[in-house]
Design a protein around this ligand. Structure first.
Ligand SMILES: [Zn+2]
Length: 211
């Protein structure tokens, strides 16, 4: 029997935020774009039938991305695409490899962190991350993931985590500081390079190569 837990959003949300779409922008699902302009960041190329929408919370905590239909565990909830490479880490950057960061387009940068998230990430053919349901997700439920699923270290968030999860670990930490049990919980739904960076041999080889 399927158990739907946390089916009610914990926050109260205002009506949908309608993302602006630049003239001529493609609405194709999961397509790749060579666009690198910052102005085409979040809110663009979001098809109406994507199954997710952006809403502004009334508690002043900012935006949240909600499911507009149910998703089964293991289903792809959002197809990721990159809009440009970055020269370093920042508060909206996604780590895409050891020492490499990039910016995701669409609503992905608006998905909030949780220490007990309902989504994980999976690298796709465009070297971006899809969001995958870790558990059944109901329509109206806020989508969350753990920033530690993509970033080895977290350098640009306050020390205190405000996710509100019962199992909140207290601060938004990166993969490097994630307890081993949580790493096991997340299984394959994390950036693959993170497990490579867990391997002390990899660091030794990198150091030996002068990297
Ligand atoms: Zn937390």
């Amino acid at each position: 029997m399927l158990v739907f837990r946390e089916c009610q959003p914990k926050r109260v949300f205002l009506p949908r935020v309608h993302p602006s779409r630049p003239p001529g922008a493609s609405a194709s699902r999961g397509g790749r774009s060579p666009v690198s302009a910052e102005g085409e960041a979040s809110g663009t190329r979001v098809p109406e039938d994507e199954g997710v929408e952006l809403r502004r919370t009334v508690d002043g905590k900012g935006d949240g991305v909600l499911a507009t239909r149910p998703f089964a565990a293991g289903a792809t909830v959002m197809v990721g695409f990159l809009i440009g490479a970055l020269t370093g880490n920042d508060s909206h950057a996604t780590q895409v490899g050891p020492g490499r960061w990039a910016r995701h387009g669409g609503l992905e940068p608006k998905v909030n962190h949780s220490c007990d998230p309902n989504c994980g990430v999976r690298l796709n053919d465009g070297q971006a991350f899809d969001f995958v349901a870790r558990q059944p997700i109901c329509a109206g439920q806020e989508l969350t993931f753990d920033y530690a699923m993509r970033n080895f270290t977290i350098d640009h968030f306050p020390a205190v985590c405000l996710c509100g999860a019962a199992r909140c670990r207290g601060s938004v930490t990166g993969w490097k500081n994630l307890p081993a049990a949580r790493k096991d919980d997340y299984g394959e739904l994390v950036a693959p390079y993170l497990r490579t960076m867990d391997d002390e041999t990899w660091w030794a080889l990198r150091k030996g190569a002068g990297g």
